[in-house]
Each structure stands twice: as C-alpha cells, then as structure tokens.
Design a protein around this ligand. Structure first.
Ligand SMILES: Cc1cc2nc3c(=O)[nH]c(=O)nc-3n(C[C@H](O)[C@H](O)[C@H](O)COP(=O)(O)O)c2cc1C
Length: 478
C-alpha cells in the first residue's frame, strides 16, 4: 500500500508559467558540472497546472493531487498527471514527507537525479535494523540521516524521528518501536520504517540475526569512512558540486604557491648537473625494472649531497606558471591542477653533514630550513616509520609529506582530499624512480601519525598536516 506521503518539489525547483498552456519546471544549476535542467510541459491542463503549483508550494499527497486533476480536468487527464509525477520521481525532483499528527516527521530528499523511488512496505512482525553505513549529522540547520548506500537523504524534523533512528541501532519490529517511542501512531511507525527501507537506510534482519550488508561479500570489507569517502569524492551518488568550483574565490585568500620560510636557519642543498645526468644516467627501462622497496641500509649513512640531488630531481620547482586564478608550478612529479599542496619535511636520523632533527624543504630555493633538533617527537616519528616497515632498520631519513589542504580545497570541491592522496602516490612513485637511479634504498610508508607530525612541527592540524611518508637510506654495498 502506498502511504499518504506529502509530495513537493525539491527546493529550489520552481514552476515558470510561460503562457496559458505552457509551463517550464526549472531545476537550478548546481555549481560545478551538473547542468541546469528544464522540464517543459505543453499543453498543460488547468488541473495539472494546479497540481504543479501545489508541488512547488506546500505540497500534497498523491491522492489529493489526483483528486484535483480529476475534478478540474476529468478522468481522461489522469494518465498524463501520473506520467509526469513518475517522471519527476525518476529525475529526483520530488521530496516525500511523512506526517505524524499533521506535522512533518521525516522528509526523503533525493540527492542524485535519475533514480527511481521504489516503495518497499515493511512487514508488521518482521525485525529491521539500521545500516552501519547510515549516519546523522547537522546540515544547514536540519538533522539529516544519510548513507553512502543511498541516493537520497532523510531530514528528521524533530526528536521523535531521532529517537526512532536511535532505537533502530538494535533489531526492532514496528510493535516494539511503538512501545519504546510512545506518542506515534503504529501506522506512522510502519510508514517511517518503510520510508527508511525504501531509502536503503534499513534492512530486514535475517534468521541468523544479520542484515544483507553483513552477508554480502562485496560489502563486508568496506569500512564506514572508506565507503562514505568513496561515494562522496567520486561523482554519481550525490549531486554536490564537484571539480574546479573555486568556492572560496571571494571568501578566503588562497595559500601562496610557495610556503613562506619556516626557519631562518637555512641549509643550501647540492644541485646536480642535469646535462651530465642526461648523458650518464641509467636508462629509463633499467630504472623501472630495478625499482623496488628496500628497507635495510649500509652502515654508512646517506649524505647531504645525495639528499640534495634526490630532492632536486624529485620535488623542486622547475618553473612557475601564472594561471588566471593564481600561481601554479611545474615539478618533476604530476600534481592535481598544478597546485602542489604537498610540503616535504625531512626527518633526519643519520645523514652525513646534516644533524638529526626536522627540516622543511623549500622547492623554490632548493634549500632546507632547520625546524628542530632531535627530540622525543623526532624519535617517535622515526619509530613509527620503523614499525610500519617491519622493523628492518631504523630509517636514515624519513620524508613526511604534509598537505596545505586549503591550497587544493580553494580550487576543488568534493574531491579535494582524494586528489591530495593521489598526489602523494605521484610523488612517491617519482621518489622511487629517482632513488633507484641514484642507487639509494627507498620505501613508501602507508600509514603515518598526523597528530604526532603536527605536534612535532607545530602546524595547525586542519591547515597542514601529514598525508604520506617515504623513507630513504644508503643502499647495502655502497
Ligand atoms: C602507498 C604505498 C604504501 C606503502 N606502505 C608501506 C609500508 O607502510 N611499509 C612497508 O614496508 N612498505 C610499504 N610500501 C611498499 C610496498 O610494500 C611495496 O611497494 C610492495 O610490496 C611491492 O614491492 P616493491 O616496491 O619492492 O616492488 C608501500 C607502497 C606504497 C605504494
């Protein structure tokens, strides 16, 4: 049975009455790459026009709307009304609101167009449980239930909806919920559960006490944060603005291309002769074939000269380019939009002519700025990398990549953080190839401690902290 949900256009969809018998339903442009959508209806009958006006205003149930069409246009116009209604639902243009005692309890808002809304009725004596991917948060003043499994979100109007959601963390039948959360009619609770079930927030509890997502082999491996990040940073399951939207253009100053010097204690680095390297270097194929992760080192530490050459060949600024939205650069590794948000911090354990401690690499000047000498935080960072690389040898040098997040978020929306992680991969691969060509021992590190890094370097965790690591040392036999 289809419930008596109130249907209304999703704001800010509007109905433009262009002439007596032509209307255009206008779906405004979402900033980014989802185009403006217009839906013309011509000829529009008086009853259909009234129904459209109601959908654009306070909304009404499907029954109320069809009654109006029937009264004003007569029976022959009803199929046209149902045809358009189904089109609006399929295009994600309609919100469905469930009322309790005449007041909104929950509103289903589609977040991605072209999705059908198949109503699934819950069984009165069947147990249901909330998906582990469903989550509530405050958004634009509303308490919203969302899930990366769903193409819609649910706005919870008040405490009753929130209380029902909280109870559904455990398996519940409609009857059990009626006892737990008094004051809501049993049929409303049934409709509320049906709304959640039809929006992939809820599942039927099976005989073994599990819900579908717990027995589906493809889904069990997904962690909550990973699936949410995947679904929201890629296109297709949301209609949030995505890509280069420059959302902070008039609000925030973008961080500069080169991070201002962090220290007055500057150490100039060796620059290799690129011309000579081009003549004498290993072949590209040799480097590719020889590249491997090496986690043990010779007793002789890496030298400051090797470190200088390595950083020059992997990460220096080659040239600056002025784009219409600010300065970008070119470096040996590719990077999202030429924004180069990654800062390299060199954590030295042992390096010839370079004291242990933390240094910041300036890619523009190709020098190091000394930040701190060896201390307990430096040791903790080195130990983290040592344990992450199976405790073969203490790293001679640990390179920590810290992202100046706003440098990318200033340009990109929805995908900024995922792009940062891809940039880490690009830098790591370049470093692997350069260190192989230099007979050094390289190894990427997968998991670092961003809080520890921010404390060691003194950055604001939300403005700049570590997103990737790489260890380097002198190769055995050298
Ligand atoms: C993103 C990434 C993270 C990695 N994290 C680690 C790590 O934390 N510890 C480690 O010992 N090796 C790590 N590695 C190195 C891989 O284990 C290594 O590349 C893989 O086993 C293939 O071996 P190869 O590099 O010698 O060809 C990482 C590699 C990549 C690309």
């Amino acid at each position: 049975m289809q419930p008596s949900l109130v249907l209304a256009f999703k704001p800010p969809i509007s109905v433009i009455e262009e002439s007596g018998d032509r209307v255009v339903i206008q779906v405004p442009r979402v900033k980014g790459n989802i185009p403006q959508y217009t839906f013309p209806i011509e000829p529009v009958s008086p009853g259909l026009l009234t129904a459209l006006r109601v959908l654009a205003a306070e909304g009404a149930t499907e029954e109320e709307l069809s009654d109006r069409v029937l009264q004003m246009d007569g029976f022959p116009q009803l199929p046209a009304f149902y045809y358009y209604l189904q089109q609006f639902i399929n295009l994600g243009m309609l919100c469905h609101t469930l009322l309790s005692e005449g007041l909104p309890l929950a509103t289903r808002v589609p977040i991605y167009p072209s999705q059908k809304f198949d109503w699934k009725e819950v069984a009165i004596d069947q147990k249901y449980r909330l998906s582990r991917f469903a989550y509530c948060h405050q958004y634009e003043g509303n308490f919203v239930l969302e899930s990366p499994l769903s193409h819609a979100k649910i706005i919870l109007a008040d405490w009753q909806g929130a209380a029902l959601i909280a109870a559904l963390a455990q398996p519940q039948t409609c009857q059990e919920l009626c006892h737990k959360i008094p004051g809501i009619a049993p049929e409303t609770i049934q409709q509320f559960l049906s709304l959640l079930l039809s929006t992939e927030m809820l599942s039927e509890v099976q005989g073994d006490g599990k819900i579908g997502e717990e027995t589906n082999k493809a889904m069990v491996s997904w962690e909550f944060h990973d699936l949410l990040f995947h679904a929201r940073s890629r296109k297709g399951r949301h209609n949030n603005p995505s890509g280069k939207t420059f959302r902070f253009l008039d609000q925030l100053e973008q961080p500069p291309m080169v991070k201002p010097e962090v220290s007055e204690d500057i150490i100039k680095l060796y620059k290799p002769d690129l011309q000579k390297l081009q003549e004498e270097d290993y072949s590209f194929t040799w480097v590719l074939e020889e590249r491997q992760s090496i986690r043990t080192y010779s007793d002789k530490p890496i030298t400051d000269k090797q470190l200088g050459e390595f950083l020059y060949r992997s990460a220096r600024n080659k040239r600056i380019v002025d784009k219409d939205y600010g300065q970008c650069t070119h470096r040996p590794y590719a990077n999202s939009g030429g924004r180069y948000e990654l800062e390299i911090y060199v954590i030295v354990n042992t390096c010839e002519h370079l004291a242990a401690g933390i240094y910041h690499y300036c890619p523009q000047e190709h020098h190091l700025g000394r930040l701190t000498e060896r201390n307990s935080l430096v040791d903790a960072l080195l130990e983290e990398a040592y344990f992450a690389t199976n405790q073969f040898s203490m790293p001679q040098v640990l390179l920590v990549f810290a992202a100046r997040f706003q440098r990318l978020a200033w340009v990109y929306e929805s995908a900024a953080y995922s792009l940062i992680l891809k940039d880490v991969g690009s830098l790591q691969q370049t470093m692997y190839l350069v260190s192989t060509a230099m007979n050094l021992a390289p190894c990427a590190v997968g998991c670092g401690n961003s809080d520890l890094f921010a404390a060691a370097v003194g950055t604001d965790y939300y403005a700049e902290t570590s997103v990737g690591e790489f260890i380097l040392g002198s190769r055995l036999g050298n």
